[in-house]
Write a protein that binds this ligand. Structure first.
Ligand code: SF4
Ligand code: SF4
Length: 278
């Protein structure tokens, strides 16, 4: 089973939900697809992780063969190529590795070379398998890293995917093939605005979904109305609690530390499993 955990923005509690669900699920894999800011490893510490570098193909030009026809420049949808000062310039950070320019160059002046954009770390944190992606600063897209993270997923295990925040193409890549999407809602007007964008995206995929309101202080009426209006199954409201806050901000997994907190996540996971099995 693949459960994707989503939020409209950082700081909503997406990683909090993800690591705690991974803690209470049996035979679980925690996959951190928030490659621009992976922080699941603050909770699920992996001693001696295996590191796999993630490379993409980018073009290089042989200026002696290039005659300046600019066909490649016109072809590139990402403005990664420019012909200035009598030579072709390539902006690697903008290149999406489609390979088109190399294929179409009439002079065969382009060839592809590997370029590193980040890495994937994997290992075990006690009994939980952990995979975490990290995109190098300044890179245009983490999609190749997310593809690598999800390429050999075992559907017999409980895969908990900590998605990037928002509704970018990285989020779309992360939720492909999910059995369930869990929206984590911050009960503020700003929070509702942000989660609505994610909800609109999730609706496009034919995947069951539900929501959890995090840090409920008894003032979640707007968030509850949002769920009701959009027919989103509200699985639970996690109360604002000082002890939860302290444990979480010190890198503890609350479901591991306190039996009452553990029950909250077991309850959420149970409801998800019930919906998926229907
Ligand atoms: S298509 Fe080939 S020859 Fe034309 S500008 Fe690009 S690299 Fe140069
Ligand atoms: S590989 Fe594709 S994205 Fe990259 S420079 Fe060439 S045409 Fe542009």
């Amino acid at each position: 089973m693949k459960i994707s955990v989503l939020s409209g923005k950082g700081g909503t509690g997406k990683t909090f939900l993800s690591v705690n669900l991974a803690q209470v699920a049996k035979d679980s894999v925690y996959i951190d697809c928030d490659v621009e800011e992976p922080n699941g490893n603050l909770f699920l510490k992996v001693p001696n992780p295996k590191i796999d570098m993630v490379d993409v193909l980018v073009p290089v030009v042989d200026q002696d063969k290039c005659n300046g026809c600019k066909e490649c420049v016109e072809f590139c949808q990402f403005n990664a190529l420019a012909y200035v000062g009598g030579e072709l310039k390539i902006f690697n950070e903008l290149c999406h590795s489609c390979g088109g320019c190399t294929l179409l160059c009439p002079q065969k002046a382009l060839k592809e070379v590997e370029r590193n954009i980040g890495k994937v770390e994997s290992g075990f944190s006690n009994e939980i398998k952990v995979k975490s992606g990290e995109l190098n600063i300044g890179e245009a897209t983490g999609v190749p890293i997310i593809e690598k993270l999800l390429e050999d997923m075992d559907s017999h295990k409980n895969n908990i995917v900590d998605c990037p925040p928002g509704s970018s193409c990285q989020v779309m890549e992360s939720i492909k093939g999910s059995d369930y999407c869990l929206l984590v809602i911050e009960p503020t007007k700003f929070g509702i605005h942000n989660i609505n964008l994610v909800y609109q995206l999730v609706k496009l995929f034919d995947i069951p979904y539900g929501a959890v309101i995090n840090k409920d202080m008894g003032d979640s009426k707007v968030a509850e109305e949002f769920c009701k209006k959009n027919n989103i199954n509200l699985l639970d409201k996690i109360p604002y609690n000082e002890e939860i806050g302290k444990l979480n901000s010190n890198g503890y997994i609350v479901a591991k530390e306190n039996e009452d907190f553990r029950k909250i996540f077991e309850n959420i996971l149970g409801k998800i499993q019930e919906e998926v099995q229907q």
